[in-house]
Design a protein around this ligand. Structure first.
Ligand code: CTP
Length: 403
């Protein structure tokens, strides 16, 4: 599981002998689920070929402002490249490039990209020991730290010159784990377990038919992705849906019926810090399930329904330290009904959707929610894509649990 999963990483390669290790670094980053693009300084191509890096990264490698070999020369947009990146890692970073970074010397594509970058910038210095110790290098490091750039310190060992001392670029594995740890450090939900239910449930009538609903699962999956992006370990109990996730912090447990969702949710509730029940669970199911396909006979067919277990209410009953969140889909007296549910089910927060609001509900890509907490604080939000609604809900929770 890696916090790098799904991240866009720009790798800057400069002209040091350690550039051959950049190829390993690309592989490791990709293995962790990141997308990688490489920007090289022109002279670094003497140490490692763009072909190697483009093959491993499965992306074009950038090293100049124009593609000189192409007669319809195209401008490589350094601003676009910088904005694409969630992270910029410069490894190896030579003393020459570091000094340019510290002084704003913008004479190649890598430098222009660095100067346009708004994302965190990590750099792994690689140089000979005397260069590493030089007062000007120390000044460069201090300046870069003051810019917010993060150093992945060089290690000691035998250097390309044959001398022994500090200056060796950190090993690719260590660069990856350094960046992972650093990113996690800043995430508010690190070390938190989040339990989420999503999608509809299907209640069998016979082997081929069921009672279900139109829930797409998009809201629950967006919540899971947002929580994982904030560092949480997510258990996502999902009814039958066509959406999916491959985020490595999300463990998906697929269920079909309300009864299965009940058991799976209770099994994981003890370990949860936050539980968000966004599933559209069937309130009723056929009292008897026919073991054979029901044949068409009479003009009328009556199916007797019985109540399913209210998963949210049963979690409310056994709540200890969990922060418990429920959803309410209402058509009238929305605020009053939601407040009653919040109390009755012993929740900390209820997310109200009104079917009277345009753009709200469980089928589309947008939602409009109002959050109501235990102290009756009412926070309405505008219509937004579900990914942004998920962020709003989690930010509200983070604020409430003071992490
Ligand atoms: N829920 C649940 N188990 C059920 C039914 C609902 O966990 N068997 C959860 C949903 O995931 C949602 C919340 O309860 O978080 C609200 O569901 P809703 O159907 O709106 O409310 P009900 O309590 O079922 O009340 P009503 O149908 O009368 O509106």
């Amino acid at each position: 599981m890696s916090v790098l999963s799904g991240k866009n990483i720009l790798l800057g390669v400069t002209a040091g002998i350690a550039a051959y290790k950049s190829a390993f670094l690309v592989r490791l980053l990709i293995k962790q689920g990141a997308s990688v693009k490489v920007v090289m300084t022109p002279s670094s191509k003497e140490f490692v070929t763009p072909l190697t890096l483009s093959t491993l990264s499965k992306n074009e490698v950038f090293s100049s402002f124009t593609n000189e070999e192409d007669e319809n020369a195209q401008w490589n947009n350094h601003v676009e490249l910088a904005l694409w990146a969630d992270l910029f890692i410069i490894a190896p970073a030579t003393v020459n490039t570091l000094s340019k970074m510290a002084n704003g010397v913008c004479d190649n594509l890598l430098m222009a990209t660095y100067m346009s970058a708004k994302c965190p910038v990590y750099y792994a210095p690689a140089m000979d020991l005397d260069m590493y110790k030089h007062p000007s290098t120390k000044e460069t490091f201090d300046k870069l730290t003051s810019f917010g750039n993060i150093q992945i310190a060089a290690t000691s060992g035998e250097l390309a010159s044959g001398l022994i001392g500090q200056g060796r670029m950190a090993e690719p594995e260590d660069i990856v784990s350094f960046v992972e740890k650093d990113l996690l450090k800043g995430l508010p939900l690190r070390n938190k377990n989040v339990l989420i239910t999503a999608g509809p449930t299907f209640e069998a009538i016979d082997p081929v038919r069921f009672i279900g609903n139109h829930s797409s699962g998009k809201m629950g999956y967006a919540l899971a992705e947002a929580a994982a992006g904030l560092g949480a370990m997510v258990t996502l109990i999902s009814g039958p849906v066509s959406v999916s996730t491959d985020h490595s912090f999300i463990k998906v447990i697929s269920v079909t019926s309300a009864e299965e969702m009940y058991h799976a949710t209770h099994e994981h509730y003890g370990a949860a810090d936050i539980a968000i029940l966004s599933a559209a669970v069937a309130d009723y199911r056929p009292a008897e399930v026919s073991s054979e396909k029901i044949k068409k006979k009479d003009d009328e067919l009556h199916i007797k329904l019985e109540k399913t277990k209210d998963i949210l209410a049963t979690l409310g009953e056994k709540k200890k330290d969990q922060y418990l969140v429920g959803f309410a889909l209402e058509t009238e007296n929305e605020l009053e009904n939601a407040k009653t549910k919040l109390k009755k089910k012993n929740l900390d927060l209820i997310v109200l959707n009104s079917l009277r609001d345009k753009g709200a509900g469980f089928k589309g890509d947008t939602n409009k929610v109002t959050l109501i907490n235990k102290d009756n604080k009412i926070s309405p939000f505008t219509v937004k894509p579900k990914t942004e609604v998920a962020r709003d809900i989690l930010e509200f929770i983070i604020d409430e649990i003071h992490v």
